[in-house]
Design a protein around this ligand. Structure first.
Ligand code: PLP
Length: 350
């Protein structure tokens, strides 16, 4: 099977840089960013700060690094970080909260990944009881990846932020896909993330940049973040090559995310008709589609792959599909048909 006919729905990280990005990369003005002399990096960081209504931002190679820099700066060893049960920081960041910051995660199950203040408050330890690990940080993920791209609405974003600040706690937003949340809510990221002490977001997912994330915050927070990034080996040199693509990701790509949300919804509607698959299309708010199967999910995913559709098995009976710029509506329609045929075969065999 040729690579062109493969429909890759494993993740939005598989997006390739656009032709405009490639040409901007080829022509990028660059310098040594460890000396703060890369004009394209400086421009990207200034624009990200402006778009989020913050004082400063820092370009980091990955969202994981941005998150872990924030976690380190907001906490001290022995503290607890309150996050959602299936948060990326819990499941996919290699235990770095413990390894790098000496913290433990106190997880709380949200409603479809969404944490309300009433969910968080009972998990806090801020009373000063000397024999309990004290809460050091509140952690929000919007959209929530493993809950299926669910969106925390503006009112809840504010309620949780105010709850944290009333208790004297900093709050970090893992906004890897915050532009998807903003698109779904028809708001802007500055409004949606207002008052959060730090926000991390990815350029390398649905925004199609080849590499990179940005961490935004106060000027002092970002000054310190530069030291932690360097300590982690994240001091890059002529990184303007990447920032040139990142600028296009930041300025142009958020505008088209509603297309990915529409194709995800279309896939969910096709899936809802398939015997052996359970999904409520109304639950699909952004570009992530998670469904459960009565049959063996890894076997199904393997069979799909043989038919040219790439998906991710999340467990023995659940599968994730993520839509993005490199799979258009026609490709998603074709994927829906293949998902149906293969399910019939798998179901019959089971
Ligand atoms: C992808 C992702 C990250 C960061 O991932 P990297 O692969 O390290 O860039 C962080 N949080 C969430 C919710 C993500 O989906």
């Amino acid at each position: 099977m040729s690579t062109e006919s493969i429909i890759d729905l494993r993740s939005d990280t598989v997006t390739k840089p656009t032709p405009e990005m490639r040409s901007a990369m080829a022509n990028a003005e660059v310098g040594d960013d460890v000396y703060s002399e890369d004009p394209t990096i400086n421009k990207l960081e200034a624009r990200a700060a402006e778009i989020f209504g913050r004082e400063a931002s820092i370009f980091v190679p990955t969202g994981s690094m941005g998150n872990q820099i924030a976690l380190r700066l907001h906490t001290q060893p022995g503290k607890e970080v309150v996050c959602e049960s299936r948060a990326h920081v819990m499941d996919w960041e290699m235990g770095m909260a413990a390894m790098f910051s000496g913290c433990q995660l106190r997880t709380v199950a949200g409603q479809r990944g969404i944490l309300r203040w009433k969910d968080i408050e009972p998990a806090l330890a801020t009373t000063g009881l000397y024999y309990k690990a004290q809460t050091g940080l509140i952690w929000v993920e919007n959209t929530h990846n493993m809950a299926g791209g669910t969106v925390t609405p503006l009112s809840v974003m504010r309620e949780v932020r105010d709850g944290a600040h009333d208790r004297g706690l900093p709050i970090h937003l893992d906004g890897a896909r915050i532009f998807n949340a903003a698109a779904a809510l028809e708001t802007d990221v500055a409004t949606l993330t207002e008052g959060y002490d730090s926000v991390n977001f990815c350029l390398s997912k649905g925004l199609c940049a080849p590499v990179g994330s940005l961490l935004v915050g106060t000027a002092e927070f970002i000054r310190q973040a530069r030291m932690v990034r360097k300590a982690l080996g994240g001091g890059m040199r002529q990184a303007g090559i990447l920032a040139a693509a990142g600028l296009i990701a930041l300025e142009e790509m958020p505008k088209r995310l509603h297309e990915d949300h529409a194709t995800a919804k279309q896939l969910a509607q096709a899936l809802a008709k398939i015997e052996g698959i359970t999904i409520n299309p109304a639950d699909v708010e952004t570009n992530i589609v998670i469904f459960t199967t009565t049959f063996d999910a890894p076997g199904y995913v393997a069979a799909l792959k043989r038919r040219g559709v790439l998906a991710s098995a999340l467990s023995t009976h659940s599968v994730r599909l993520v839509t993005h710029r490199d799979v258009d509506a026609a490709a998603c329609l074709r994927a829906g048909e293949i998902l149906s045929t293969v399910a019939l075969d798998t179901f019959a065999a089971a």
